[in-house]
Design a protein around this ligand. Structure first.
Ligand code: ATP
Length: 609
């Protein structure tokens, strides 16, 4: 199945191949479905579990060397030549396997991968190498290639998580049909099934729960059996950028909406179970409870007695206790990330709550913001400097919004979040970058609307004053459809001396000998060193332009040329985003289009000051 998927880039064909495969598994080996899904998405557990594949290159080289009787150096040079660990492992396993006709089974591979990922202690390297060796010994044909890529955490054959969800929905819907349907009705059934599976998964992102529920009750019972659950992070709702207050007013014409401060800290989704246990998740659904040992106690003082279980959406913001005011994000970023002891905390944090998604065992996702806000205000109380509600106004005039925006900037916020308040369009939409939430950032009014979060894929050696460190870096956006990182610009501005030093040493561990097969770049922008796509930087730019050199959004606004950033400037590291959460090619194309529109409209100037 992997081979067939890899042969094509056609999304519909990939979905069909996968649907067909899942249908057979559901029929013939339903007990293997969960493991099949995890192998397809190259994971071992839900994202929030933190259990990652991503075995380092040197360990894999060692395992291949031992399994195939080559030296480490030879395997290493083969990897440099072929640019793909999977191909190097495969080149030796085409021959008859040592185990003769023994075949690898899905559940065996999954269990072995899990054992490799969880092995710890002094002998863990040997355990891992041995396990990989024994898997390689049983591999046939292309299996070694996919096994190696899976171990690296880089399967990348086009099985994006969304495609897997669609194929699952199609497979279950088709397997449950009892009669022939017209083409039109069938399309409708598949569309509904997909919407159900996607919604349920965005509220409860755990295949461990979803797959057994689908096997047990099919799609029709899914909403009843899989619900938002305290303790399992929901993918947060996101906002659309805007460039002018007039754009906000156009969008929300005739609707009731509210403006809130856009706090500049770290998003925190705080869960409390019935038993009182508190877990804090990041924007990326990572468990960061240990990073904020001080938050739980602050929160307890703000919780009203009738409030038991809840899921709170909020921003953790650095707080100046003596002056009783918000501090900029740069101060928050100096807090330690790991093994934080309460007594060592130097930067105090205040929680600014803006939404309530779940209360006392009930999901509030489908309630409107007015209703959710009323419940939020009822469930908690303000404790100055520890827990506050996001400052908000209901405004309909440009002048009032402008004044509130200015006030937010004076109070060290990033700008405003503008949200629909009432009706169908005011529900909480997990994982969506919704037009029902708009962000207005002061700096970007009339600029390009927003900063970009880009992946660092390479660097250029520094010269002159920058000798000994990197002088510039190559950045890329992410295209989730093709699973490629598309280069967008070279950046050399915005770095302090200290930044240059620390980036230089931090990128050491990410150097790779060749660009990955999934990097899309032009020959004239090749960097001196390539990096594993891992680090995300927030970057501001003057504007976007069409470029023959860079590849971002290629084919979206111009058939042969990509989009590039002009005058990019480094702002900060976004360690709450993984490489795949970087600004997407579609977003880049959208920004380019809206900039063009703006210029064509003579850059409306009423909101700029
Ligand atoms: P960025 O934070 O750079 O704007 P993002 O991709 O992380 O981008 P967006 O959806 O673009 O997220 O902006 C929303 C973010 O703003 C939220 O993730 C949250 O961290 C923060 N935020 C601050 N104040 C609010 C608020 N009142 N309502 C919602 N989000 C807020």
């Amino acid at each position: 199945m992997f081979e067939r998927v890899e042969e094509t880039t056609k999304r519909l064909l990939i979905t069909d191949i996968l649907t067909h495969f899942f249908r057979r598994v559901i029929d013939k080996a339903p007990q293997d479905l969960l493991h099949c899904v995890y192998l397809c998405i190259n994971r071992l557990a839900p994202q929030y579990d933190g259990l990652e594949l991503g075995i380092g290159e040197s360990l894999l080289i060692k395992a291949i060397a031992q399994a195939t009787g080559r030296t480490n150096a030879k395997v290493k040079s083969d990897v440099a030549r072929l640019g793909d660990m999977g191909l190097v492992a495969k080149s030796r396993s085409n021959q008859k396997t040592m185990m003769g006709s023994r075949q690898l089974k899905v559940s065996y591979v999954f269990t072995a991968l899990k054992q490799i990922a969880t092995a710890s202690g002094t002998k863990s390297t040997t355990t891992k190498v041995d396990k990989i060796k024994s898997l390689l010994a049983t591999c046939q044909n292309n299996e070694a290639k996919y096994l190696m890529r899976s171990l690296e955490g880089k399967l990348r054959i086009g099985l994006a998580e969304q495609t897997v969800l669609i194929a699952l929905a199609h497979a279950f819907a088709l397997n449950s049909l009892t009669k022939r349907l017209s083409e039109e009705t069938l399309a409708e059934v598949l569309k509904d099934a997909t919407a159900t599976v996607k919604t349920v998964y965005s509220e409860l992102p755990s295949h461990n729960v979803l797959i057994p529920a689908l096997l047990e009750g099919g799609i029709q019972n899914l909403h009843a059996t899989c619900k938002l659950t305290a303790g399992i992070p929901v993918k947060p709702m996101l906002a659309h950028p805007t460039k002018a207050i007039s754009e906000v007013l156009d969008r929300f014409e005739g609707q009731l909406f509210t403006c809130e401060y856009k706090y500049d800290g770290e998003r925190a989704q705080i869960h409390r179970l019935d038993n009182g246990q508190i877990t804090i998740f990041s924007r990326n659904s990572e468990n960061m409870t240990a990073k904020y040992p001080d938050l739980a106690e602050k929160l307890l003082r703000a919780v009203n007695p009738q409030t038991k279980s809840f899921i709170l959406d909020c921003e953790a913001v650095a707080w100046d206790k003596s002056q009783q005011k918000i501090l900029p994000f740069q101060i928050l970023s100096t807090r330690k990330r790991k093994d934080v002891k309460e007594e060592d905390i130097k930067v105090a944090v205040c929680i600014f709550a803006f939404d309530l998604l779940y209360l006392n065992g009930r999901s509030l996702l489908r309630e409107s913001l007015v209703q959710r806000r009323a419940k939020l205000l009822d469930a908690f109380q303000t404790v100055d400097g520890d827990f506050q509600f996001a400052k908000a106004v209901v405004a309909t005039e440009v002048e009032t919004i402008q004044t509130f925006l200015d006030e937010s900037i004076r109070d060290n916020c990033e700008g405003l979040m503008v949200k629909t308040l009432d009706g169908e369009e005011a529900t909480y939409e997990p994982s969506k970058r919704s037009r029902n939430w708009l962000k207005v950032k002061k700096d970007y009014i009339m600029g390009i609307g927003d900063s970009l979060d880009l992946v660092v894929v390479g660097a250029y050696l520094g010269r002159g004053k920058r000798t000994g460190v990197y002088g510039g870096y190559l950045l890329a956006c992410y295209n989730p459809d093709s699973e490629q990182y598309e280069t967008i610009c070279k950046i050399g501005t915005g770095f302090s001396e200290a930044d240059l030093e620390s980036h230089y040493s931090e990128f050491k561990d990410l150097i790779i000998s060749q660009p990955r097969s999934y990097y899309s770049f032009g020959d004239s922008a090749k960097p001196d060193v390539w990096f594993n796509a891992k680090v995300v930087w927030e970057v501001k730019a003057a504007d976007l332009s069409i470029s023959p050199v860079y590849k971002a959004g290629i084919g979206k606004v111009d058939n042969n040329r990509g989009i590039s950033l002009r005058f990019p400037r480094f702002i900060r590291i976004r360690d709450d985003k993984s490489a795949e959460d970087a600004t997407s090619s579609d977003q880049v194309a959208e920004m380019y289009q809206s900039q063009k529109l703006n210029t064509a409209n003579g850059a409306a100037s009423d909101d700029d000051d």
